[in-house]
Design a protein around this ligand. Structure first.
Ligand SMILES: C[S@@+](CC[C@H](N)C(=O)[O-])C[C@H]1O[C@@H](n2cnc3c(N)ncnc32)[C@H](O)[C@@H]1O
Length: 195
């Protein structure tokens, strides 16, 4: 049922959906493994689709009520709302993450989050938009543990970043996926961390 929903949405909006089928469990687990379940604050997932990465975050030990899922497609948003009733599901654009989280979760103040896991199709998006998304995520994330995690089917970084501001690396390679995928993990550069 989740796979047929995914295929239907791909046929309806291929570029926005970004893949013909959900990520494999192996890729979802590799992404979730980059988030420290002991870090305080909500964990934000961008583009949960049918919820395979969401499930992996729960398996990683992150409680459902700490999850904030931001999904543009209303059909996917409804689907994950039904699957994960204790999570906060926001039907909107991930590129509006900072404002959405501040108004919907923080009551007008920016909350500190534990990390961001993204399944967004980012290739082809303007460089400045992708870099802004990363910078917003790392600004919201708790300084020491905060991470932005993104997968890609390509070899190089899916997000352009300034190496003096961000420590970004390809942290995992997952061959067992429809297309072999790499996981990239980004943190604020240690020289910029205070306290
Ligand atoms: C490649 S799918 C990944 C789905 C799921 N995370 C997985 O790994 O199976 C990309 C997802 O991002 C969503 N999406 C695309 N653009 C978005 C945006 N601007 N904001 C939020 N979600 C978006 C799509 O609707 C889709 O659910």
């Amino acid at each position: 049922m989740a796979d047929s929903l995914f295929l239907r949405e791909f046929l309806r909006a291929p570029l926005r959906t970004g893949a013909q089928q959900p990520s494999s469990r192996a890729l979802a687990a590799a992404m979730a493994a980059e988030i420290d379940p002991a870090a305080d604050g909500p964990v934000v997932e961008l583009g949960p689709g049918t919820g395979v990465v969401t499930r992996a975050l729960l398996d990683r030990g992150i409680p459902e009520d700490r999850l904030i899922l931001i999904e543009l497609n209303p059909s996917f948003a409804d689907h994950v709302r039904r699957m994960f009733p204790q999570a906060t599901v926001l039907n909107g654009s991930a590129f509006d993450m900072r404002r959405l989280i501040t108004t919907e979760i923080g009551g007008g103040a920016e909350p500190q989050i534990a990390g961001v896991v993204s399944g967004l199709p980012l290739r082809g998006r303007p460089d400045a938009l992708r870099t802004r998304l990363l910078e917003d995520a790392l600004d919201l994330a708790r300084p020491a543990a905060g991470r932005f995690v993104q997968f890609t089917y390509w070899y190089d970084s899916p997000v352009p970043f300034d190496r003096t501001r961000v420590d970004g690396r390809r942290t995992r390679f997952v061959p067992f996926n429809l297309w072999p995928a790499s996981v990239w993990t980004y943190r604020r550069h240690p020289d910029l961390l205070t306290g």
